[in-house]
Structure formats: structure tokens, C-alpha cells
Write a protein that binds this ligand. Structure first.
Ligand SMILES: Cc1cc2nc3c(=O)[nH]c(=O)nc-3n(C[C@H](O)[C@H](O)[C@H](O)COP(=O)(O)O)c2cc1C
Ligand code: SF4
Length: 441
């Protein structure tokens, strides 16, 4: 039976080493040995290897990575591109940024192998513009890789050429949506494209393009180095492998936990030291703010694509935001909805108008000025956005609302019955209050 219940540090194994981000440190731990193996393997065999491993995309949807690569037409005369999605912007999601900071060469080695497999000679890393420290580190790693002969012309004497360009976005959540990302990379305003055609056929500059998440691509060298059987020992039959779980909120030890898919939320919470002293679990997100909330009833949910779906939510980006009984669910949902209204690109009416109005209603409800009718209108708005929006941002904006009303309708009602929010926001703060008279830093 595959392993599902303990930590399996692979991507994060050497993060705590001094200067772990340097080429020297990466090479000390067999870095770029998978590239040497890959360059002696045919591109088709590499695509098959990744297909056989069962690796599923880590950007949220869990689409099989090898299958996506297999859609790239072969023998055509168009250039092929690999685009790494490093836009990481969903509330709670914080796995790609720490990975690129601690070990950017993992990603680069993955990029070179993946580009070779899809016969691309140009790859891009589209990184969120606000994370300047990450952008600098990526630039430094790319420079080191060129100097060492891992990038550029005739890589390691194999005859294969590849250039990598680090592109900083301007900081928009929608530019993480893969087709909006392509528009942004081409220099247009980042808005989703109509599909078909899909990027594998007509992506960047209308050429065949693979877009993958940072963690998906960074996993590839380890699969090449250790093989399919090793990879499949971890995780479950349909969701194999290791995964970075980002645990935040009211837990004793928030942070990145790398564990096999299928670990239960209860096990992961135990590893994070449990809930903060004297408090109990109220609700949590399995994969960022666009995945429906779950509650204490769902503690034994296996954190894999199938297990979380069965519980009524989605694995998403495995960003586990954990909230205790001091948190007002209406206030939390209002915050997230403000985020979606702000980040809506405005291309389609249900999302552009709907997120704006949902913020107004939630604001009224949170301040005790709402009514039963507001809850009905809120749910009706969600009905009109879900499945009627141009992209998944609109759908995602409805998840926290519908799931919070499903589990905590009484709390919504208590706000207008009580004439205001019954919670003390200070009680849910995890930062110690500044003592009176203390100097601001
Ligand atoms: C609004 C929105 C934001 C997204 N943001 C990201 C992101 O920051 N990083 C990411 O990898 N995928 C993001 N995605 C998913 C991408 O569209 C795409 O599915 C993913 O990059 C594919 O990579 P994967 O197959 O390796 O998961 C986002 C999707 C939507 C709708
Ligand atoms: S759903 Fe929202 S983000 Fe997506 S295209 Fe429509 S307006 Fe833009």
C-alpha cells in the first residue's frame, strides 16, 4: 500500500541548509544529474515517464502533467514554448514563492528537462511582480545555470539549445489564469482567452505551449532521477506523489509541510502542533480561498484530489488556512470577496458586477444591517455567477460564500439579530497586541 501518513521531504529536503539556493548547494545533492539522464533519453520516452508517474498539476486543477505534454503536436515546424506559472496570488497560497527562494535550481532543472521533452527551445518563468526578492534570486540562478553550461547553446554537449527568460508580471491574480498569463506575457492586458484553441495547439504567439505550475515542473527532476515506482510509493493510486501543504492560521506551528497526497487533515494538523492553546477548530480551506470551506466534521478527509472532492470541496493549491472559534466567518468571507471584486478583470458581467454587489451585501450583513432577504440575494448572486463566468475566478469567488452559508447560516442570522458582529476581532488575532507605551519600529 502506498505511503500516505508521514512527512516526505523531497522538494523541501535541503531548504534549511546555508545558502541552499546556490548552484553549489544544489549540485552537492545530485542537482542536475537528472538532466544528464534526461538528455540521453528520447523526448517521447520522457513524456511517457511523466505520464506513467501519474504526476498531476500542482496549480490547482490537478490535470495530469504527462498528458498535457502529450497534446503538443510533434513534427510541426512551429516553435514550442514552456511557460512556468509562478504568479502565485490566491489568498493562503504560499508554496511556490518559498520553493523558488530556497531552491530555484530545482525549478530550473525541471524546466530544462520539461522543455527538452516537449521540444521547446525557449522557456519563460512568469513570476508575480511584487516578489522582488524571488525575481532577483531567479535571475541569479539563471545566470549560474548559463555559466555552468546547463542553459544556452548545446547544453552539456547534447546538441540541445534552450533559453530561459524570467518575466515579472505587474501583480494581478487573474494573470495566474493560464490564458490571461499568455496575453500578459505577449504584452497585452491580462484577460482570459476563449478556448478552444487550447494553449497546447495555439498558446504563446499562437504556437504550441505547455503551461505548468512551479511545483509541477520542480517535481520532474526527482521523478527522472528516482523512477516511477519510487514516486508512486507515495500518495494514492489516483493522486500519487509528494506535495507541499501550506498550513497557516490558528495552528501552533504554521509553515510548509511536505507530505504524500492522501494524508488526512487530522494528521497534518497534528504535525502542525494542533490548534493554538485553548482553542478549537471551526473551519478551514483545503486549497486556498476559492475552495469551499470545510469544518471540524471533515478532520479525517484525505488530502488528495478525490478525497477532498468527496468531502464537498477541492484540493486546489493545498493552502490550508485554519480558523478557530474566535473567527467570524462572515468577516472572513467578506475579506475574500473584497479580494475577488478587486481582482476581477472585468471581462464578463456576472463576475465584474456580481463580485461588487456581493461585497455590498456581505458588508451589510457583517455590520448587523442585513436581513434574511440579503442571504437569499447573496445565494442567488452566487447561482448567477457559478458556471456563467468566463473563467474560474468568478466560480471561485462563490465558493466561500455558498459553503459558509451551508455550514454557518445561523451565524449570518446572528449578525442581524444581534445588531452587529457578535465576535471580537482582536480575539482572532495571532499577533500579540503591542503593549501600551511600546515604541513603534
Ligand atoms: C484566477 C486564477 C488564478 C490562477 N493562478 C494560478 C497561479 O498563480 N499559479 C498556477 O500555477 N496556476 C494558477 N491557476 C491555474 C492555471 O490556470 C493553470 O491551470 C495552471 O497553471 C496549470 O498548471 P498545472 O497543470 O501544473 O497545475 C489560476 C487559475 C485561475 C482561474
Ligand atoms: S470571471 Fe471575472 S476574472 Fe474571469 S474573465 Fe470574467 S470578469 Fe474576468
Amino acid at each position: 500500500m502506498a505511503l500516505t501518513s508521514q512527512l516526505t521531504p523531497v522538494l523541501s529536503e535541503h531548504w534549511d541548509e546555508a545558502r541552499s539556493w546556490t548552484l553549489a548547494s544544489y549540485e552537492r545533492h545530485d542537482g542536475y544529474t537528472a538532466l544528464r539522464t534526461a538528455l540521453q533519453t528520447s523526448p517521447d520516452d520522457l513524456v511517457k515517464l511523466v505520464k506513467d508517474s501519474g504526476l498531476r498539476g500542482r496549480g490547482g486543477a490537478g490535470f495530469p502533467t504527462g498528458m498535457k505534454w502529450g497534446f503538443i503536436p510533434q513534427g510541426d515546424d512551429k516553435p514550442h514554448y514552456l511557460v512556468v506559472n509562478a504568479d502565485e496570488s490566491e489568498p493562503g497560497t504560499c508554496k511556490d514563492v518559498p520553493m523558488m527562494l530556497a531552491s530555484p535550481h530545482q525549478l530550473l532543472e525541471g524546466i530544462i528537462i520539461s522543455s527538452y521533452a516537449i521540444r521547446a527551445k525557449q522557456a519563460f518563468i512568469y513570476v508575480r511582480g511584487e516578489v522582488l526578492h524571488v525575481i532577483r534570486r531567479l535571475h541569479q540562478a539563471v545566470r549560474e545555470a548559463y555559466d555552468a553550461g546547463y542553459l544556452g547553446a548545446d547544453i552539456l554537449g547534447s546538441g540541445y539549445d534552450l533559453d530561459v527568460l524570467v518575466h515579472a508580471g505587474a501583480g494581478a491574480y487573474i494573470c495566474g489564469e493560464e490564458t490571461a498569463l499568455l496575453d500578459s506575457l505577449e504584452g497585452y492586458r491580462g484577460q482570459p482567452r476563449l478556448r478552444p484553441p487550447f494553449p497546447a495547439v495555439a498558446g504563446l504567439y499562437s504556437s504550441p505551449t505547455v503551461i505548468n505550475n512551479v511545483e509541477s515542473i520542480a517535481s520532474v527532476p526527482f521523478i527522472v532521477r528516482n523512477g516511477v515506482a519510487w514516486y508512486r510509493q507515495m500518495g494514492t493510486e489516483k493522486s500519487p506523489g509528494f506535495k507541499l501543504f501550506s498550513v497557516s492560521g490558528h495552528v501552533r506551528r504554521p509553515g510548509q509541510y511536505e507530505a504524500p497526497l492522501g494524508i488526512t487533515f487530522r494528521e497534518l494538523l497534528d504535525m502542525a502542533g494542533g490548534m493554538r492553546e485553548g482553542h478549537e477548530l471551526k473551519f478551514w480551506t483545503p486549497g486556498g480561498s476559492s475552495t469551499p470551506l470545510l469544518t471540524a466534521e471533515h478532520l479525517d478527509t484525505p488530502l488528495d484530489f478525490e478525497g477532498v472532492m468527496e468531502a464537498g470541496s477541492m484540493l486546489g493549491t493545498t493552502a490550508l488556512m485554519v480558523f478557530d472559534e474566535t473567527t467570524c466567518v462572515v468577516r472572513a468571507v467578506l475579506r475574500w470577496t473584497e479580494f475577488y471584486a478587486h481582482e476581477s478583470c472585468g471581462k464578463c458581467t456576472p463576475c465584474r458586477e456580481g463580485t461588487f454587489w456581493m461585497v455590498q451585501i456581505l458588508h451589510r450583513l457583517e455590520h448587523g444591517e442585513g436581513s434574511e432577504e440579503d442571504i437569499v440575494t447573496l445565494l442567488d448572486s452566487c447561482d448567477n455567477i457559478l458556471g456563467r463566468s468566463f473563467c474560474a475566478l468568478g466560480d471561485g469567488a462563490t465558493s466561500p460564500i455558498t459553503s459558509s452559508v451551508q455550514y454557518f447560516r445561523d451565524e449570518y442570522v446572528a449578525h442581524f439579530e444581534h445588531g452587529g458582529c457578535p465576535f471580537d476581532p482582536m480575539a482572532s488575532m495571532v499577533v500579540a497586541p503591542v503593549p501600551v507605551g511600546a515604541r513603534a519600529l
